[in-house]
Design a protein around this ligand. Structure first.
Ligand SMILES: Nc1nc2c(c(=O)[nH]1)N[C@H]1C(S)=C(S)[C@@H](COP(=O)(O)O)O[C@H]1N2
Ligand SMILES: [Mo]
Length: 385
C-alpha cells in the first residue's frame, strides 16, 4: 500500500475548524485534571513546605472527583481531536536546514511529546482507577512527572497555534478558510456540527458515568464507576482485611493500641478505647481512584490519645497498621491533622462497630485526607516530630 499524502484525506471533518473547537474543551479538561492532580500530589507527598489543609473536610473528595471526571472527559475529546489532525502526519516536510524546516521539526517534536504524554496520562490514570497495574513503575511519581511534561507541551502547542485557534474559533465551523489541501467542498454524511454534537454527547456520557463514583444519585447509571458502592456497612472497600493479611491480628482479644512519645508509652485495649469520651463526625472516605462515600464515624479524637503521652501540639504522628501485606501499612499524620478535633481513631461507623474490612478494631479518619491515608487496623500511634 502506498504511503498516503496529506491531500489523500478528503473529509471535510478533518479541519482546524473542528480541531480548535474540540481542543478548547480538551485544554480546559486537561488543565482541570492537571490542577486537581497537583492537589492530590500535595495531599499525599506531605513534604511540601505549605502543609495541606484539614478544611474543608470534603475538599479532597471534590478535587479528586473532578480529577477523575476531567481525565475521563479527555478520552473521547482526545480521540476525536487526534482523528481530525491525523492527516498532518503525512504533511510534506520543508527543507530540513531552512528556518521553516527547523521550526517544523520543533513544532512536530513538541506535538509528539504532547500526544505521547497525554495518552500516557489517560491510560495510566484509567488503569490505576481500575486497580490494574500492568507496568513496573511506581504510579504516583510517574503520573506526576509526566503531567508536567504534558502541561508544558500543551502550553507550547497552544502558544504556537494561537493564530490558527483564534481564526478558527472566530469563524463559523462550516467555514472553509482553514481547510487542508485536498478537502472536499461538500460532504454527504456527517456535518462538522454533527461531529461536534456527537463528541459532546460522548464526553457527557463519559462524565456522567464516572461522576457516579462520587455523586451518589448518579451511581445507578455509572457504568464506568469502578466501585459500585457495595461493601459492608454500605461503604466500598478497597483492600479487605483478608487481602491485607490483617484478619487474625485484628480479631485477637489480646489486641492493644500503643501510643508512644519517646520513652512514654500507653497501651489500650479496645474496651479501654471505648471507655474514653467518644466523638461522632460525618466525614467522607475519598479514594484517590475517584470513588468517595460519606459516613458517620464514632471514636476517640487522636489529640485526646496524644494527650495521654503528653505529646506537644502539632506533633507529626506515624500511624501503623496491623496489616502484613501490601502498601500503606504506615502513614504519616501531620501536626495540623493530629491537632484537628475532627481527626478520630474511629471504633464505629454509622452506629455499628467497624466491620473487619473497614478497619476493626480501630481506624484513622481525618477531614480532607486522601482515602489511601485513612489507615485501617491501627495498632500504633507514634510521635515522630
Ligand atoms: N492499613 C490500610 N489502611 C487502608 C488501606 C490499606 O491498604 N491498608 N487502603 C486505604 C484506601 S486506598 C482507602 S480508599 C480506604 C478505604 O476505606 P474503606 O475500605 O473502609 O472504605 O482505606 C485506606 N486504608
Ligand atoms: Mo483508596
Amino acid at each position: 500500500m502506498p504511503i498516503p499524502r496529506e491531500s489523500s484525506f478528503t473529509s471535510r471533518l478533518r479541519t482546524p475548524a473542528v480541531s480548535a473547537r474540540i481542543g478548547r474543551w480538551l485544554g480546559i479538561a486537561f488543565t482541570i485534571a492537571f490542577l486537581t492532580g497537583l492537589v492530590s500530589h500535595w495531599a499525599q507527598a506531605q513534604t511540601w513546605w505549605i502543609p495541606y489543609p484539614t478544611a474543608p473536610s470534603w475538599g479532597y473528595r471534590l478535587t479528586q472527583g473532578l480529577h477523575l471526571v476531567s481525565g475521563t472527559a479527555c478520552v473521547p475529546l482526545l480521540l476525536v481531536k487526534l482523528w481530525t489532525v491525523f492527516p498532518k502526519l503525512f504533511q510534506a516536510m520543508p527543507k530540513p536546514f531552512s528556518r521553516e524546516g527547523v521550526l517544523t521539526v520543533l513544532e512536530r517534536g513538541s506535538i509528539a511529546v504532547l500526544v505521547a504524554a497525554a495518552i500516557f496520562q489517560l491510560a495510566s490514570g484509567l488503569s490505576n482507577s481500575a486497580q490494574w497495574y500492568p507496568w513496573g513503575f511506581s504510579f504516583r511519581p510517574t503520573h506526576y512527572a509526566v503531567a508536567w511534561l504534558a502541561i508544558g507541551a500543551l502550553a507550547l502547542h497552544v502558544a504556537v497555534k494561537l493564530p490558527v485557534i483564534r481564526q478558527a474559533l472566530g469563524s463559523d465551523v462550516e467555514d472553509d478558510a482553514l481547510n487542508r489541501p485536498g478537502t472536499q467542498a461538500t460532504s454527504a454524511g456527517l456535518t462538522r456540527r454533527g461531529l461536534l454534537r456527537t463528541t459532546w454527547v460522548a464526553t457527557g456520557v463519559a462524565v456522567l458515568a464516572t461522576a457516579g463514583a462520587t455523586v451518589t444519585p448518579l451511581r445507578r447509571i455509572s457504568l464506568l464507576a469502578v466501585r459500585n458502592g457495595k461493601g459492608p456497612q454500605g461503604l466500598p472497600v478497597n483492600r479487605s482485611a483478608e487481602a491485607a493479611g490483617a484478619t487474625d491480628a485484628a480479631q485477637d482479644p489480646a489486641f492493644r493500641l500503643t501510643i508512644a512519645h519517646g520513652d512514654r508509652t500507653v497501651e489500650l485495649s479496645r474496651d479501654d478505647l471505648a471507655a474514653l469520651p467518644q466523638q461522632t463526625r460525618t466525614l467522607p472516605i475519598a479514594c484517590v481512584e475517584g470513588w468517595s462515600a460519606s459516613a458517620t464515624w464514632t471514636g476517640v479524637p487522636v489529640r485526646d490519645l496524644l494527650d495521654l503521652v503528653d505529646a506537644p501540639a502539632s506533633s507529626d504522628i506515624s500511624v501503623q497498621s496491623l496489616q502484613t501485606r501490601g502498601a500503606f501499612a504506615r502513614t504519616t499524620l501531620q501536626g495540623s491533622f493530629s491537632d484537628d478535633p475532627d481527626t478520630l481513631l474511629a471504633l464505629q461507623v454509622d452506629g455499628e462497630d467497624l466491620d473487619l474490612d473497614h478497619g476493626f478494631p480501630c481506624r484513622l479518619i481525618a477531614p480532607n485526607r486522601p482515602g489511601v491515608l485513612q489507615t485501617k487496623w491501627v495498632h500504633r500511634l507514634e510521635v515522630i516530630a
